[in-house]
Design a protein around this ligand. Sequence first.
Ligand code: ADP
Length: 495
Amino acid sequence: MTHSNTDSFYTSKEFHTFFENSPRSLVLKADAPRFTILAVSDTYLNLVHKQRREILGKGLFEAFPGSEGDPSEQNSVQSSFMRVIATRVPDELPIFKYEIVVDNTGRKETHYWTNLNEPILDEEGNVAYLINTTTNITGRIRLEQAVEESEARFRIMAEGTNIYIAMADQESNAIYFNQAWSRLTGRTVEDLMAYSWVDLLHPEDKDRYLKIYLDAFKVKGPFHGDFRILNKDGEYRWLLADGSARWHTDGSFAGYVSASIDITEQKQSEQRKNDFISMVSHELKTPLTSMKSFVQVLQRKAQKDGDELTVSMLDKADKQVSRMTRLINGFLNLSRLESAGIFIDCKHVDLAELIKEAKEDALAHISSHQVVFAPVEPTIVNADPDKIAQVIQNLISNAAKYSTPGSTIQVACVAQDGKAVISVKDEGQGICKEDLPKLFERYYRVENNESRHIAGFGIGLYLCCEIIKRHEGNIWAESELGNGSTFYFSIPTVY
Ligand code: ADP
């Protein structure tokens, strides 16, 4: 830009009226080192908290003492002006830090500005004036500083802990592992990110855990799962991971952050406990079996002798022995499940047939309740008949256990949307909402006055759940406290 007029143009009333509303800041005379202020915009006055009359006509650095900066420094206002004068091309200071007095108490704030200086040439082509545009970027810089600080805080926290922290982007690519991961695996963070964490998973856990992990990306909800991972000494350690979805500030999904802890000791002590329960159950089973046969021999003898009192006492003893055998069998099933898993031997079966057997069993063993079997539709499923019969029997015996004698238990089997749905409904004490989702956990028992005197270890429903899971099915309960419960399970039908 060139202009042939002298200062009078920039100090004219018309120019001032025009410039005061301009987004630019100052018109300065290129009279280094004074840089006389010839015109000032309102935007600039707002920015520097000054009145026009305080600065107009003054040298820039006289109006703002200390703002010139070190002339030998690239990022100083003075050196920017000198560059424009020497080169005749615009010059920009991308971040210019300034301590500004913001009110009449003399309070100072650090502001960050960008500073653009453009030349106006005279007829000889020399820089006669400078147009300065100062923009306040304090907000953006503070936000960037806050983000940097929060990242630094996260890193200090993540690097200084023995919890294994990792992050993935929205496509499930690993983008961060903390040092704890490197210490555990003996691999560099780069190595772990190049997908090698997956190679370190125990072959038996890999598919199961990756399914939990990758399924979470579809629903973007929290995930929770355990797995074994090879450590630097070639041993497997058990980790328990908790993952939370991460979100960008615009609300879009950013991926996951996971925190994992080492649960090897807990797993080992759980294993020792399972081994102990299994050993004790085995040891108890043998004397119980002999006891049962002795009771039965004595019962036959007492019957022969016509000793009714002894017969009835032995009958009670026999029932107690059977009850104890059932409890012990529950533990044995549990430890078998945990050590080797349940072996499922599937074939095509009609659930109506299994329910018929359950009916005969109920008629023989449950005299305290009225057990109704309706409706029962023929439904062909691919299932292990013994295991499914065990589930049905368990649900019926729970219904009898947790409801008052004389009430009705209704068992039904219907075909619905490609599934067989079996339900066992009782008129018992019911279950409160908070307990419902936990019933199928191992050792979970509802603690209340009614159930306190009912014997059990909280493993029946856990076993049912494991069996149904292995049939690609679902198991759940619906109930209201005081209004009975209905337990359901569904498995896919074949036809
Ligand atoms: P157990 O009966 O041996 O304690 P289960 O795993 O079979 O173990 O059941 C777990 C818990 O669920 C029971 O302790 C009981 O509190 C509750 N429960 C199961 N079935 C019923 C039912 N039909 N009505 C009310 N509560 C039930």
